[in-house]
Design a protein around this ligand. Sequence first.
Ligand SMILES: [Fe+2]
Length: 302
Amino acid sequence: MALRALLHYALEVPDQTVGERFYRSFGLTAAPARLDAACLRPVDLERAAVLLYGGSRKRLHHLAFGAPGDEFEATRESLRRAGVREIDPPRGAPGDGMWIRDPDGNAVNIRSEGAETPPEDPPLAVNSPGHITRIAVRGAPDRAEARPRRLGHVLLFTPDVDRQIAFYTRALGLRLSDRSRSVIAFLRCSTDHHNLAFATSTGPGFHHGSFQVGSVDEIAMGAAHMQEAGWQPGWGLGRHVIGSNYFYYTRDPWGSFAEYYHDLDYIPEDCAWEARDFPEQDALSVWGPPVPGDFIVNREVQ
Ligand SMILES: [Fe+2]
């Protein structure tokens, strides 16, 4: 029994038009609107990865996960055994699949779908000491905007990281990949190092959604494009310790973030990966600019 994919995240935001403009600058494109939600998708995929509902303030509306084939009924049975009640979909949300609330009250939609896979990029050709893979070919990329390939993960605030780990691993079959004390924890439902992460706070909140791009160049060019388009810088370019990915975070219009990532740790299902508990100084980055003082502020409670 297990979830197999993070399908989308949905936010409530005070101005859907501003939200759409932000995510279009970020590199997503419009998907057909669903009921009351503006929908955005990576250009190479058909399904929406971000849904924006109207609301009085920014907050998470719901998360959607995929449990394809037999996993769907197995997940339903696991939730029943864990004493988790199914709920009606939140107002305006699609009714398909099943709906529950996690221990923080976040609405979660579980759908009988797998992940949509973007087309493969050609292999990166990188010259490193002793390993030449690009011969007599210029390497500087053409200037371009970022083209997010797919949604990778979401980071939420929680007042109880351990309670969220327990719920998502026991009731929904996610696996703990790594953590730093009870400050931050990274869980996966696929071969990505993490699809869902939790950071400690005094209450629930949405911190960021993260999208895979094709190279470090693409992260940096995407970051530059976001600033030229008038959006506020967040944090990066840098490289995380936990998950190992290169990152850049742009500030969204509501004080949370959208992240470009590249080169995340890959964990096949049947391999022996042991979750590590990292010291707190490793919770952020190996290298990168200083962390902005408000980077880990949960604006939904402060
Ligand atoms: Fe992230």
